[in-house]
Design a protein around this ligand. Structure first.
Ligand code: ZN
Length: 134
């Protein structure tokens, strides 16, 4: 089929802003959905979280990015009564999904790359969906 899945897993975050490595779980999902050359759509169905692909080797990068995200929120008026517009802003600015190439049940990531769930209004339990395209 052109589209298979989605395969789904849940993760628990423990801080307000947290960059969580989910590469292993996505690799597991890639094995489950299998297939030849194609792509996986990794997405999170939340309005205060995001998904990225980035540096996964040096753990210092995670702290650096978490601090950078906190500082990235613009100094504008937020009207939203729930008080979490900074998290909604970051979620929309970063995006809730990424396409990752895959082949034969394996992710085609660069040597230093990993896949991350970005928690922006934690701690919470979050869902990640992995849908195979092609
Ligand atoms: Zn809100």
């Amino acid at each position: 089929p052109a589209v298979a899945g989605p395969s789904e897993f849940r993760v628990r975050t423990s801080r307000k802003i947290e960059r969580l490595d989910i590469t292993k779980q996505v690799e597991e999902a890639a094995r489950e959905v299998g297939g030849g050359a194609g792509a996986l759509l990794v997405s999170t169905p939340h309005t205060t979280a995001a998904g990225t692909v980035g540096e996964a080797w040096d753990p210092d990068v995670t702290g650096d990015i978490e601090r950078a995200l906190e500082a990235w929120v613009p100094n504008v008026r937020f009207d939203h009564g729930e008080g979490n517009s900074p998290a909604h802003f970051l979620s929309e600015a970063i995006g809730v999904s990424r396409l990752v190439p895959c082949a034969d049940g394996k992710l085609s990531l660069g040597r230093w790359q990993g896949i991350f769930l970005i928690e922006l209004d934690g701690p919470r339990e979050r869902t990640v969906r992995v849908t195979r395209l092609g």
